[in-house]
Design a protein around this ligand. Sequence first.
Ligand SMILES: *[C@@H]1O[C@H](CO)[C@@H](O)[C@H](O)[C@H]1NC(C)=O
Ligand SMILES: *[C@@H]1O[C@H](CO)[C@@H](O)[C@H](O)[C@H]1NC(C)=O
Ligand SMILES: [Cu+2]
Length: 180
Amino acid sequence: MEDSKLCRYLSFCMILTVLGLLVNDAASEVYTVGDSDEWNSGVNYGVWSQKYNFSVGDVLAFKYIKGQHNTYEVTESTFRSCDTSTGVLAKHTSGNDQVTLTEAKKYWFVCSVSGHCLGGMRFGITVKESNTTESPPLAPQSGSPAPPQINDNGAQATRGLSRWDYLILFGVSIPSCLVW
Ligand SMILES: *[C@@H]1O[C@H](CO)[C@@H](O)[C@H](O)[C@H]1NC(C)=O
Ligand SMILES: *[C@@H]1O[C@H](CO)[C@@H](O)[C@H](O)[C@H]1NC(C)=O
Ligand SMILES: [Cu+2]
């Protein structure tokens, strides 16, 4: 194979990947829970949670002194009861918990340290489908894709701006880079 052709395909793959990364970054935001109050006792997170519109791909950053609090993703009934003996979907204890909102649904978060949830360390949010993911996901392609398909996907990437497109592009680009 000609060097120039190889080079052209590698460049094309790299452009796709960079484009995908940029699109992904532009589409998601990181919210520090509580803003400057961070994740602490004595803050009304019901109020905080009303301040923003959250969409799929956004990240919630729970910042606190490790050991003093924690972040439990829970069911609605556990959010209401503050009884974390059941209904816990995920536990985070790092002190800087980055929780990516991966689904369009209601999320509920509490701190499970005794008294903290009842004291206000809890909130629920409704995460909406991000507008950038509204283009229907491409059907997964099996087998080795031919270059024309890559071009089709490339055209779609500039329009579709979806992380699904990006993931599929990434999946297609990598083998292409290896093959070409
Ligand atoms: C959230 O979305 C609603 C309805 O689309 C809009 O009225 C409101 O201004 C948005 N709030 C923020 C903080 O973007
Ligand atoms: C997302 O799309 C809906 C309808 O498709 C529209 O009403 C809404 O304003 C859009 N939101 C943003 C942030 O562009
Ligand atoms: Cu706490």
